[in-house]
Write a new protein. Structure first.
Length: 369
């Protein structure tokens, strides 16, 4: 998103928690700027992702900061402004779905419609909208059931429908596919993408599932220990982590100590010393010969082959462990390097104590210390 355009969400948040008997001190200190589409907050449990959502929704009160949604001020600590949660029009899908267990699906939607501001939806329109949502989320035949009578996927669809009936200007989703089997997860992703296209409102989604990032994100914020390590488009964050810490949070890359031994801008090339080998990569602007840092290569870009003399861009390592999975064979080498091959490739490679790891020039990405 261009800096000339105002973000739909602009939230500066500072929230401190003192140490307690069972927990250390924690501080959330982030500046979230998000435009249309789905922005994923990605990081480990306890990083501050859900707390960020709660601050924006009004369920948590920042110690300092300011929250603007569609240029409307919802919170300003310095000016003592704090719009209550029910007036922020944030549709929040909690991990437990938060449907009223004593109400049917229709009654859950009716209650949500009744507490929505009347200026946004007149009674007749709300009734029509409720029927539309029951139909579009395939809930019409389930409308008389209570949450305990629904499957996990049905409860999620009902919870999302209940949120949408109040015409939110922002969707907040806290690990929405948690606990769903692959089929239901796929169905929920489809529903969410359709909902996003229909509503054209920004979506903030919390997850620690990298596949969910690949599936849903337009933009990603990497969160660790209450800070944003990196924010940007999905392709930029996943392919070019801004730091070693960001690469480690993603878990996509092998992070290998390296030293720059040659730079040639005219040929768009560089050379890096990696262990006892030299690897050719693209030119590295902003770096000097002798700079030390880390070569970051995605697991999927590393190619394994039997050892061959004088092979270009190959490092030779001892095999440590292999693990079979539904996606092929995960191969772990000394120095904690890892790669993945399919079953047919592994049949060709097995039996070797040492193997060559080929790193294509285009896959070389260097992060300085």
């Amino acid at each position: 998103m261009s800096d000339a355009l105002s973000p739909l969400i602009d939230a500066r948040l500072l929230k401190r928690f003192p140490p307690a008997r069972d927990s250390e001190a924690f501080e959330l200190n982030v500046h979230l700027r998000a435009g249309p589409g789905i922005t994923v907050l990605f990081g480990a449990s306890g990083a501050g992702k859900t707390l960020t959502l709660n601050c924006i929704a009004g369920f948590a009160h920042p110690d300092e900061g300011r929250i603007l949604i569609h240029d409307e001020l919802l919170f300003d600590a310095a000016a003592d402004v704090s719009v209550p949660p029910h007036r922020r029009r944030c549709g929040y899908l909690f991990q437990d779905h938060a449907l009223f267990p004593h109400m049917t699906v229709r009654e859950n939607l009716r209650f949500a419609a009744s507490v929505a501001s009347r200026e946004h939806r007149q009674r007749l329109n709300r009734h029509r909208r409720m029927n539309e949502l029951l139909e579009s989320f395939e809930l019409r035949d389930l409308a008389a059931r209570k949450p305990a009578q629904l499957s996990g996927g049905q409860r999620q669809r009902a919870a999302l429908a209940r949120i949408l009936i109040s015409d939110p200007r922002l969707l907040l989703l806290d690990e929405p596919a948690r606990g769903l089997d692959p089929r239901l997860r796929r169905a929920f992703y489809d529903v969410l993408q359709e909902t996003r296209a229909r509503l054209q409102v920004p979506v903030l989604l919390v997850t620690h599932d990298l596949e969910e990032c690949f599936e849903l994100a337009d933009s990603i914020c990497l969160v660790e220990c209450g800070r944003f390590l990196q924010c940007g488009t999905k392709d930029a964050v996943l392919s070019r982590p801004a730091s070693v810490e960001a690469a480690r949070v993603l878990g996509l890359h092998n992070i290998i100590p390296a030293e720059i031994t040659a730079l040639d801008p005219g040929r768009d090339s560089s050379r890096l010393r990696v262990f006892d080998s030299e690897i050719e990569g693209p030119y590295l602007p902003g770096h000097l010969i002798g700079d030390r840092g880390f070569l970051c290569v995605r697991d999927s870009d590393m190619k394994i082959a039997p050892l061959q003399p004088a092979t270009h861009n190959q490092i030779q390592l001892r095999l440590a462990k292999t693990t079979a999975s539904s996606r092929g064979v995960h191969v772990l080498f000394e120095h904690d390097l890892r790669a993945r091959v399919n079953d047919a490739e592994w049949q060709w490679l097995r039996g070797h104590e040492c193997l060559g790891i080929e790193i294509p020039k285009s896959a070389v990405y260097f992060i300085g210390k």
